[in-house]
Design a protein. Structure first.
Length: 103
């Protein structure tokens, strides 16, 4: 399965992220976050859902670590991280991947 949106491609089986034809190097957790979002384009994934799926059930409900990882992802993927086109924030709820895909 491959998620595609504009210049972004996420090969969900090979765990590879490409932007404008070049591989994007992400940390393990950054990759896990973007893969969860890429598997659910257009769907809002709550902060709690992302935290529990990345760091486990024992992780306290603290969005800070998720926000830091998301800021790093956006710096690597977005032309203008302040105006993201791939990963949108649903304030007070979670994050949503743009609703385009070539599955």
């Amino acid at each position: 399965k491959v998620y595609c949106c504009g210049k972004l491609q996420i090969d969900l089986d090979k765990h590879i992220v490409m932007l404008d034809g070049e591989r994007v190097h992400l940390t393990k957790n950054e990759l896990r976050i973007i893969e969860l979002l890429g598997h659910n384009p257009g769907k809002v994934l709550t902060y709690d859902y992302l935290i529990k799926n990345i760091w486990g059930e024992d992780m306290p409900d603290n969005n800070r670590i998720l926000r830091v990882n998301m800021a790093n992802i956006r710096r690597k993927l977005e032309e203008n991280p302040a105006e993201p086109q791939y990963i949108m924030t649903e304030i007070g709820v979670g994050y949503r991947m743009a609703d385009e895909s070539c599955f």
